[in-house]
Design a protein around this ligand. Sequence first.
Ligand code: PEP
Length: 253
Amino acid sequence: MRRKLVVGNWKMHGSRTQVRQLIEGVAAGSVDLKKVEIAVAPTLLHIALAAELCASEDAGHLKLAAQNLVAEPAGAFTGEVSAPMLAEYGVNYVIVGHCERRGIFAETDQVVAAKFKATQASGLIPILCIGESLAQREAGTSAEVVLEQLNAVTDAVGIESLQSAVLAYEPIWAIGTGKTASKEQAQEIHRVLREHIAKSNTAVAQSIRILYGGSVNAANATELFSQVDIDGGLVGGASLKVEEFVSICKSAD
Ligand code: PEP
């Protein structure tokens, strides 16, 4: 039985005050949820504050995720933060391959694979994002595109590495657009991904959590999370509103 996971990706939003309000609000609203695992991903600058807040008794059930890292452990990489540094702050998960990193910051599949590997080397769990563009969906190549993105990582690090990883199917056309994949569209890609992994390793295919991301909100979370291969969500915009995010977490509980 896979435990559902809901991750709030705050992107480049938040002040110290907002980080405190969000963590305290989400922690209080979710304290009675027993089944779902919840993580929040503040900016790298706010990781230390978030770590401190999540270590408190009231918010101890919340996990911490980073939105990015550099693959090298240390060195002359001005402006970057590494996996060992995140580990020192008690980070649990690292989002790698988000479409905004791939698109705006030109991260290739090779860079994403290196970040995935570096994340695991420090004992952290990568949340590997994959997803197709609108043009690719309209061309009928969604499954092909996500499998190519997944294979680029597993070819580099081995399929067994998925044992301690999370996948997030995030169709680019649904990110921050208000357009959600229908539950059937999402389930279909999740099924393809799990079946593909099963061809190499059935145990990993059964245990890996595959999250859906793309305009998840309080109104659509229940039907998405009720799909057999959808194990929770990676939530952007809606994770910045305490009540809405808590409601999404309840849908996964
Ligand atoms: C995301 O950034 O991963 C995301 C899913 O954003 P949104 O929920 O706003 O579409």
